[in-house]
Design a protein around this ligand. Sequence first.
Ligand code: NAD
Length: 685
Amino acid sequence: MTPGQAHDRAAALRGLLARYDHAYHVLDNPTVPDAEYDRLFLELRQIETDFPEVRTADSPTQRVGGAPRSELRAVRHDVPMLSIYTETDKSEQGARAFDARVRKALGLSSEDAPVEYAVELKFDGLAIGLRYENGVLVRAATRGDGETGEDVTHNVRTIRQIPLRLSGAAPALIEVRGEIYMRRDDFEKLNQAQREAGAKSFVNPRNTAAGAVRQLDPAIAARRPLSFFAYGLGARAGWSVPTSHSTMLDAFAAFGFPVCAHRRVVNGPDGLIAFHAEIEAMRNSLPYDIDGVVYKVNSLALQEQLGFVSREPRWAVAHKYPAQEEITRLTGIEVQVGRTGAITPVARLEPVFVGGVTVTNATLHNQGEIDRKDVRIGDWVIVRRAGDVIPEVVGPVLERRSEELARFDLLASFPTCPVCGSHVVRVEGEAVARCTGGLFCPAQRKQALIHFASRKAMDIEGLGDKLIEQLVDNAIVKTPVDLYRLGVLGLAGLERMAEKSAGNVVAAIAKSRATSLQRFIYALGIRNVGESTARDLARHFGSLDALMAADAETLLAVTDVGPVVAKCIVDFFAEGHNREVIEQLRAAGVDWPEHAPAQHLEGPLSGKTLVITGTLPGLSRDEARAMIEAAGGKVSGSVSKKTDFVVAGEAAGSKLDKAQQLGVSILDEAALRAMLEPNAQNSLF
Ligand code: NAD
């Protein structure tokens, strides 16, 4: 590199880094992953080392962070809040180089004893200074540009882990510094909720925490689960400061601050290296993100002697680990089919080393997420892999999108299930697209069979989850029809299956052939068709053929069936694979008494809607419901003007109050029985 080239490259890097700094520090919305920022930062630092004349005062290597946000009140730090020098060499040589620098600066020779270091984690959150006067929290400030931060006291007060008052004897003044962060599980929960609400998901815990702390409205911060670790000291008065960093942290813990337990005092570079390796091995199992470890000279007197360079202390260094977010190219999108038929788009990536492994695919969650993030095939994307969470595409690097790329449309690209070929649908208002071949699709086999055999469905005793898994894993059973072809011998060969219990299961399967239409409809596992909808459908249509022939409009006439349920039913029966399995089940002898459709039913409660509330003395809820329905009545969950009777038992609550308000007739169990009595003998069922 010539001096001219160095000058030009340095200027370009300064411009780029300034832009990234603004997005990250001011907007809490980084446009590139930290790893990319760090590469450029280190490149600039190297150029400035090789060509000192190109260094400018406004270079990011000479300054800390970003300008404070103008809407928040500015706070001048009594003691500047600095950065930490990042050791570029991620090998153990990095630790040795730091120790060598410290020894040199302290004028130690090889004969002198090893330097004592306090070692701790480098939490990936945001730095905060907490000022306590006479033991009371009076102000919380961000780092800002190191000289001036932002007053975020209103938000920090909402963080439970931060004491509002110190325990024990408090100094006149103490500013405790530390990191506000978001635990990974809290972050995942928050994002899950965002996705379910159809809102944009957050990028990573670090930026979510920073964004929350810098809100103007404390109510928003209060809803974000934030945590805190103390690790440093700012201004103080009236406090006899401990002599070492480690004992100072002990004192912080005694004041009531959370101090991370993964810290230690070690001697010399070997101690640093051992700690680095030990933490790297447990990094994935930590409940929060770290991007490295920090080594600090333990003696505060020596720290003072070492002092500072422009933006960082000489007595500390950050020794980083491989990045948990990286950039790579999105080369394609495929889909995976889950146990319930959910179709999850999966990004195919150019292999990238992230979070300690090489990643070639990552989840994109669903179409809505793809739209909100605007991820397109051919984009450069940020991939995150932290902890044991599956790798995820965080978003595109828009500034690298140079050509027009097509938006991805899951249903257009995957009209049919890649596993079974059934058609794929996405119900209006639902985030997830699904395979409709519930009875047939190999991906959904276990789930479908477990549901089919369950108590409220075909009620096959002894055919539990474990056994179904074995049957499927051994390819003995593929669809429910195969159950009716099972012999004792086929079952008895399975692990932990005695001949006697195999016989019982086969008998239970045989017995389940004689069922009811309601149970059979429920057993099909149609999405959104639960037990009570199955009952309504059975009553309304009277036969399976009538139900299978119904279009959405006809279905909407059924009580409690809305457009979403109607579509699920139509989609299910529109899938030929499902019809085939149903025909095979009938051919295998599965049968039920057909009865006339509901409109012809006559009973003492025909056309009446009842609500049951409280505990009845002699009937369970299910029994009462069955009696009412047998008499032609309908049981509803809530009281309205359309309710004809409320059946109230012991400890009836708000439903009874509502019935009284609306003037609905109220029955006790005896009155209900009396209404049904005359017709008990000639019940239609
Ligand atoms: P830094 O964040 O790497 O190190 C200093 C910070 O470390 C402190 O302010 C403190 O908050 C934190 N820290 C965590 N644990 C600590 C401990 N035990 N003791 C002391 N401090 C601890 O350095 P920086 O200069 O503040 O910021 C640079 C970081 O920000 C880099 O990770 C960089 O990648 C990222 N960044 C990213 C972008 C982007 O666009 N992605 C832009 C700018 C900066």
